[in-house]
Design a protein around this ligand. Structure first.
Ligand SMILES: Cc1cc2nc3c(=O)[nH]c(=O)nc-3n(C[C@H](O)[C@H](O)[C@H](O)COP(=O)(O)OP(=O)(O)OC[C@H]3O[C@@H](n4cnc5c(N)ncnc54)[C@H](O)[C@@H]3O)c2cc1C
Length: 355
């Protein structure tokens, strides 16, 4: 006998899970959404930039931190390119919490400090640990929005995703900035460094391909020192974070039986920029809607989810994967110190779109 039963079980309450739970509940499904965290969205593992179209999910304070007018990219020679990539800087914890609250208001039951441990996919029963207690929940559709190291994907027997490792400090900003800054350099093989302003502070971080190890402290400290010397940021480190960013592209299948993958669990993060909030929210909404439609008897709804998500994100992800593939020979070699090579690998340059 299960402790709980639902139509749609959502695993993970990041942006993908919050959006999925809200959409499924809003379309009449009985939803249980669980997360192993004590508080939704905390601790933050994010640089907190979202593109403008996602602004409709940002009602204002406390989510909105500041507006971004464009992006400034620095090449190895010091050459600079300004691009009109506008967007918003958000408080990521508040963003995730707002999505979860919207799901709760739509009727979803949220359970925190609840870690999915195993799933009987045949019987459609998930086993969950909440503190010292274990409970079981029966479901009809399972939406896996459990991030880059998805437990559900592992239980389905899917391989781990290729990732970039990242490390980030939040630092005081010495003068106000309205653009994001990006550094392309041989010091960050298969990745880049960023400074994203959020009012009086900024997120300073970098990511590199997993093939180049996990020790990101020396290059990040080095960049931090340079920016302190330039008077742009202060020496204090207000917050430290980091994490894995999936760069391997979309999973071969996003739907297996009645299990639907969304967000990072589905491999929807952009393999060059590492941006994944937008794809998590949009795929989560699609997954929640599809799950509710499937419950209502539309038997093609889950497969339609897969088609929609592939259409939405496939072309950009495929281009980014081709670019990674064509450039990876140069990572860690002197060729990566040339502007020409870096221009091919970054979205601000027309060379990127020539591949
Ligand atoms: C350092 C860093 C900076 C980034 N900066 C940006 C940025 O500026 N802009 C951008 O668009 N993207 C950025 N990203 C990527 C972005 O954060 C992710 O793409 C996004 O969080 C994906 O959302 P998600 O809901 O799919 O997964 P997640 O946000 O990872 O949420 C998954 C949730 O599942 C829960 N969970 C996992 N396993 C279990 C389990 N077994 N049981 C219960 N719960 C579980 C986790 O606790 C988590 O809350 C960044 C990533 C990193 C690491």
């Amino acid at each position: 006998m299960n402790e709980a039963d639902c139509d749609v079980l959502v695993v993970g309450l990041g942006p993908g899970g919050g959006a999925a739970a809200g959409a499924a509940a809003g379309h009449g499904a009985r939803v249980i959404a669980l997360d192993k965290k004590r508080r939704v969205g905390e601790p933050v593992q994010c640089a907190e930039f979202i593109p403008m179209p996602l602004g409709r999910y940002v009602a204002g304070e406390p989510v909105l931190q500041q507006r971004i007018s464009g992006m400034r990219s620095f090449l190895p020679s010091g050459a600079v390119k300004d691009s009109p990539f506008s967007g918003l800087m958000i408080d990521r914890a508040a963003f995730d919490q707002a999505l979860a609250e919207r799901a709760r208001a739509a009727g979803a039951e949220l359970r925190l400090q609840s870690r999915l441990e195993s799933v009987d996919f045949r019987e459609r029963v998930a086993r969950v640990r909440q503190g010292g207690r274990r409970w079981e929940v029966g479901y009809r559709v399972l939406v896996a929005a459990d991030g880059p190291m998805s437990k559900v994907a592992g239980l389905l027997g899917l391989p781990p995703q290729r990732v970039a490792h990242s490390r980030q400090y939040t630092v005081p900003l010495r003068r106000s900035l309205t653009e994001t800054m990006v550094w392309l350099s041989p010091d960050y093989p298969g990745g880049y460094a960023w400074l994203f302003p959020r009012g009086s502070s900024a997120n300073l971080g970098l990511g590199i391909d997993e093939a180049f190890g996990r020790n990101l402290k020396p290059p990040l400290d080095d960049l931090h020192r340079k920016l302190v010397a330039a008077g742009l940021v202060g020496p204090e480190i207000l917050r430290r974070t980091g994490g894995a960013i999936p760069l391997g592209g979309m999973r071969g299948a996003l739907v297996t039986g009645d299990v639907v993958l969304a967000g990072d669990a589905a491999g929807l993060t952009h393999p060059i920029t590492g941006a994944g909030i937008s794809a998590a929210v949009l795929s989560g909404e699609e997954a929640g809607r599809a799950a509710a439609r499937w419950m209502a008897g539309e038997c093609g709804a889950l497969l339609e989810y897969e088609e929609t998500v592939r259409e939405l994100f496939g072309p950009a992800i495929e281009r980014a994967l081709r670019t990674r593939e064509s450039l990876k020979w140069s990572w860690g070699t002197p060729a990566a110190a040339t502007d020409e090579q870096q221009r091919r690998g970054w979205i601000a340059f027309e060379e990127y779109f020539a591949v």
